[in-house]
Ligand binder design. Structure first.
Ligand SMILES: Nc1ncnc2c1ncn2[C@@H]1O[C@H](COP(=O)(O)OP(=O)(O)OP(=O)(O)O)[C@@H](O)[C@H]1O
Ligand SMILES: [Mg+2]
Length: 455
């Protein structure tokens, strides 16, 4: 079906790959975005608790007896309890001096009073989130800057994040699988439309040039429109050629027949030998022209119809009987008896006009090349395959010519002065090939030619 067509991949596969690839990309983006949002929300939660804890400690700062004093309310640490038992660290500074806690927790330089600063740092392989705030206390000796840092490990946070990531990954995978299924379905549906159109066009017979009337998607409408225009033009051209062939045959043969009858009539009336010879040569030339014109037109018709066979069930026996009956007058002139040998009913799915033309040429040759008072046998055989053979009792084919005689305009050495154009066997062979068969020429052992048309 795709012979002589250059194929560049499959639309369905291309569509499916693009849609599935898009779905995979979207699933990945969904995963990354949801995970980043979840991390942000979780971090916000930890920051809020750290900030509340730090503020509750900072709020207790007072100056007593000239010294900065701080208290640790119970709630300030209890609110930091997590399921993962995250560890908590703290540091309290007055200015640059550590009052209590861990000295590796350093107050950031850019900390402004009454502000809370959050930082993530790694100490001994532990990820820590640190909230630092500061307050200015007014003492008798002037303002004093107190800062409090509370740090907490992030085990619970990363557990939560891992859980969320896992769920989002499943969500992304589900999204991808569903989108892929939809993509494949969409690709099949789209290509299905084209497949239906292709089937409806390829299923029709070779003669069916009617327009495609099936509803098609709008994207395919221009293609189908062009196809319909093309088919209607082809149909028109074919009909015109067929009419032209018939018309041309008629127009050429009729005047030639008229000229011939005039020449024959004149020949009867003329006595002078040289005039008679000229008229005879004229009649012969007319016969040659008429024959060649007829054979050329038949050949054109065969070539045209072979592309466009008009198939029907053809009864070969009936067809041959009609042909033999039509050619009996010619046979009688040469005292040739035509016999038919038939094994049984023989029908064939074929183009009756072409078959008739081919068989007429075979019988015509036998009558033309076999001598008078001989017998001609037309045999229809059904085994091994359906075939029609025409046997005569003439001199047969020259063995060195047998391969070439079915070529165009090729005539044999034995043509003598017989009128012909060298197209009869060409026509018969083309008809055989159009019906999936072949034409075989051979010589009979007892003498004479045998031409068989196999189907
Ligand atoms: N039955 C036959 N016996 C002997 N020779 C034959 C026979 N049939 C065909 N030939 C040879 O084959 C040649 C080609 O035959 P073909 O029918 O193609 O052309 P043609 O008979 O010469 O011309 P036309 O086209 O008018 O039939 C003939 O010229 C003839 O030499
Ligand atoms: Mg012939």
């Amino acid at each position: 079906m795709t012979a002589n067509v250059i194929v560049s991949g499959s639309l369905r596969n291309r569509l499916a790959i693009i849609l599935t690839g898009g779905a995979a990309l979207l699933a990945l983006v969904l995963y990354l975005v949801v995970r980043a949002l979840a991390a942000q929300v979780a971090q916000q939660g930890q920051d809020n608790i750290l900030s509340a804890s730090m503020s509750s400690v900072l709020d207790t700062a007072v100056i007593r007896d000239g010294r900065v004093m701080l208290d640790f309310p119970y709630s300030s640490f209890s609110m930091l309890n997590t399921q993962a038992d995250d560890r908590v660290f703290y540091a309290i500074y007055e200015g640059e001096t550590l009052l209590s806690g861990y000295d590796w927790l350093v107050v950031p330089d850019d900390l402004a009073p009454e502000n809370t600063l959050f930082e993530t740092t790694t100490i001994n392989g532990d990820h820590l989130r640190v909230a630092t705030g500061s307050r200015v206390l007014i003492g008798s000796d002037g303002p004093r800057n107190v800062s409090v840092s509370i740090a907490q490990t992030q085990d619970a946070l990363s557990n939560t994040l891992n859980g969320i990531s896992r769920n989002v990954a499943f969500l992304g995978l589900g999204f991808f699988l569903m989108s892929s299924a939809l993509a494949i379905w969409a690709a099949s549906t789209t290509s299905g439309q084209m497949r239906r159109l292709t089937t409806s066009v390829t299923r029709r017979g070779p003669q069916d040039l009617s327009p495609v009337t099936k509803a098609v998607p709008s994207e395919m409408a221009p293609l189908v429109g062009s196809l319909n225009t093309f088919m209607s033009r082809l149909d028109h051209t074919l009909t015109q050629s067929e009419d032209f062939i018939a018309e041309a045959a008629h127009r050429i043969r009729t005047p030639l027949a008229t000229v011939r009858s005039h020449a024959e009539a004149t020949l009867q009336r003329v006595d002078r030998e040289d005039n008679r010879k000229s008229l005879q040569a004229m009649v012969r030339a007319i016969d040659e022209s008429s024959r060649t014109a007829g054979q050329l037109l038949d050949h054109a018709m065969v070539t045209f119809r072979a592309e466009n066979l008009e198939m029907s069930q053809v009864d070969l026996v009936e067809l041959l009987q009609e042909l033999v009956l039509g050619m009996t007058p010619v046979a009688e002139m040469k005292d040739i008896t035509i016999t038919m040998k038939v094994e049984g009913p023989a029908t064939l799915l074929g183009d009756a006009i072409l078959l008739q033309n081919a068989l007429r040429n075979l019988i015509d040759n036998a009558l033309k090349y076999a001598p008078a008072e001989t017998r001609l046998l037309v045999e229809v055989s059904r085994s091994p395959t359906l075939s029609v053979s025409v046997y005569d009792e003439g001199q047969g084919f020259a063995p060195d010519e047998i391969e070439t005689l079915s070529g165009r305009f090729v005539r044999g050495k034995n043509m003598g002065n017989k009128v012909g154009s060298g197209l009869g066997l060409t026509i018969a062979q083309e008809v055989a090939v159009a019906h999936g068969g072949k034409l075989i020429l051979s010589n009979r052992p007892e003498g004479g030619a045998c031409v068989t048309l196999f189907f």
